[in-house]
Design a protein around this ligand. Sequence first.
Ligand SMILES: Cc1cc2nc3c(=O)[nH]c(=O)nc-3n(C[C@H](O)[C@H](O)[C@H](O)COP(=O)(O)OP(=O)(O)OC[C@H]3O[C@@H](n4cnc5c(N)ncnc54)[C@H](O)[C@@H]3O)c2cc1C
Length: 383
Amino acid sequence: MDFHFSPEQEQFRDAVHGFAERHLRDGALKRAHQEEHPWDVAKLMAEQGLMGITMKEEDGGQGGTLMDAIIAIETVASVCPRSADVIQAGNFGPVRVLAEYGSRDQKDRYLTKILQGESVITVGMTEPEAGSAVTDLKTTATPDGDGYRINGVKVFQTHASYADVMLTYVRFGPGVGGIGSVLIPRDAAGFKQGTPAKFLNGEEWVQTYLDNVYVGPENVMLKEGGFKKQIAGFNVERIGNTARSLALGRYAYERARAWALQRKQFGRLLCEFQGLQWKFADMKMKLDAGQLLLYRAAANADRGFPSAEETAIAKAFCNQAGFEVASEALQVMGGLGYSQEELVEYCMRRCRGWMIAGGSVEILKNRIAESVFGRSFSQRPGE
Ligand SMILES: Cc1cc2nc3c(=O)[nH]c(=O)nc-3n(C[C@H](O)[C@H](O)[C@H](O)COP(=O)(O)OP(=O)(O)OC[C@H]3O[C@@H](n4cnc5c(N)ncnc54)[C@H](O)[C@@H]3O)c2cc1C
């Protein structure tokens, strides 16, 4: 067992770090509060080869490993937390499901532009009555000629208000086995959106109404029976979410550490107060433990897909650790940490959202408990 990066991984990290210092350090604070997706950063990252890191070269990717993608997202976040979202959108999110299960034609129409940093894809799983219980989703795909008519409502999707296409979880038939997915472009007839609202993390979300939208056979991605494959792909999204939780916690920690080495009160540096030293010791232990769990899930990933159990353990731990560390870092920085002049409060707000998004901490713990006892526990009454 070796806990060090290989020389190639170190070289890659240093190259990403150099890129981030040159292009992303300036404006990092402003970018965090900017409403619009950072398209300029996405273009730069595409040119730098930071999109599609784990995807095949014939698909426009880089043929790298999940660990490479994690090195990229962590390194970018250490310089510009907001820009890590661009790495997520181009490597970890629904884009990974599209690259794995999409047809050649679907990839040509949608993946190419995403990997060029000109477009993003959003995933529509959650519905008003199907959140944690996502397999309760009601959006239907009813046969119509060669294709399907889609009817339903989706909520809370990242990138929903500007994504060109939505990877939409739909129901072709009853039960978990009836779930599959289709690609719906935002200009499809019957694709409508409500008034945008905001999350605490500053991100916009919007309710999407699918009102008898026609989807031709060329836009069906996974037919009924596809749910397991979709979730296997979704574990990659969870790993990106895990990595950002930890990286933003670490960003806040590093900022607070530097502050504690220079800020004086009562005639002493903050780092000389034992009450604060113990906070830093706790933060460091959480960050290091989370790092090992994240890297284990990535290093053991099978063809780029991490296991459900190791993903659940890493995500539940890092979501909590990232939030707790960012919150303590804010406390150590006092009023300045709570101010938008610093990125620490931003890191804390972002980390808070990841405890809910992509499978809440509680739902992940349910999954971990199933592994602990080697059996499943239905969450439904009477089962
Ligand atoms: C920042 C952010 C980004 C998101 N992005 C997307 C996206 O891109 N696409 C998308 O489809 N959705 C997205 N979501 C939605 C997200 O997946 C859901 O919010 C999440 O699955 C929880 O569903 P819910 O909000 O309906 O809460 P509920 O399911 O109503 O849960 C409420 C609370 O009860 C707990 N709970 C529920 N069931 C159990 C149980 N059996 N045991 C223990 N506790 C339980 C939950 O953990 C939670 O704390 C996003 C959400 C956020 C906050």
